[in-house]
Ligand binder design. Structure first.
Ligand SMILES: [Zn+2]
Length: 251
């Protein structure tokens, strides 16, 4: 008989499965990504999950892991710890959180533990739902969200061992000066002007994205560059990125 596990987790995705069941994807602190069936969890039905299981919640999860090729484990209990209500009141924060949870399932393996990524996701959600700053200008609020989402992208890529090389040319290893560099997702990082011609997928890095000392400046362009790279790695688009980009541009 399979034993239950109890862990902290964040809800990444909830989809209806049948009249009375849902499939819930969560990032757990110790087991990584898990996909579970929650029987009787749909709203409006009489269930033991009185509050249902909602997207972007942090809670304590008890589940029976999937075994063999069965695919889905079973969600036994869910106790919400934090629903991050404040982040739902601000579109920038909400879309940033939606984007973060959309990135995790295609870029991590089920039952492959990433405690650092779990910590990074919690930090992001807590930051995005932090105390409101009523006097902050929209541009400042966008800048804070950009910084938070960029940190999460970098953390995710480091956790899965795929952070692109951004301080030197991946081919000749010459240090990047930040100006006139190209980026190739296929090559996994920057290319200098002498090496870019051999790479069909390269594109010019927009000004202001790379710092002089190497690495990324905290800008929307840097988020865009890493999003392009993440799309390449995951081999798919992220639906929440468009709306996020749009609200971040609003002044
Ligand atoms: Zn080079």
């Amino acid at each position: 008989m399979l034993s239950k596990r109890t862990e902290e987790a964040v809800v990444l995705r909830v989809s209806d499965y049948s009249e009375s069941s849902q499939i819930v994807s969560l990032l757990t602190a110790g087991s990584g990504l898990v996909r579970l069936i929650a029987k009787g969890a749909r709203r409006g039905t009489k269930t033991r999950f009185s509050a249902g299981v909602d997207l972007l919640e942090h809670g304590t999860l008890t589940f029976v892991p999937a075994h063999g090729d069965a695919g889905l484990g079973n969600l036994a209990e869910w106790a919400q710890r934090d629903a991050f209500a404040a982040l739902r009141a601000d579109l920038r924060s909400l879309y940033a959180a939606m984007y973060a949870v959309e990135l995790v399932p295609p870029l991590t393996e089920e039952y492959d533990p990433h405690p650092g990524l779990f910590e990074g996701l919690l930090t992001l959600l807590r930051g995005l739902s932090g105390p409101p700053q009523p006097r902050a200008a929209p541009a400042d609020r966008s800048a804070a969200v950009i910084a938070a989402i960029l940190r999460f992208q970098v953390r995710l890529l480091n956790e899965i061992g795929l952070m692109p090389r951004l301080t030197e040319c991946v081919e000749c290893r010459r240090p990047s000066t930040g100006a006139g560099a190209y980026f190739s997702a296929l090559a996994g990082g920057l290319l200098c002007r002498d090496c870019e011609m051999h790479h069909a997928d390269k594109r010019r890095v927009p000004p202001g994205v790379l710092s002089r000392g190497g690495g990324l400046c905290v800008t929307a362009g840097a988020v865009e560059l890493l999003n392009g790279y993440l799309m390449h790695v995951a081999n798919r688009r992220f639906e929440s990125y468009g709306p996020l980009q749009q609200v971040l541009r609003e002044r």
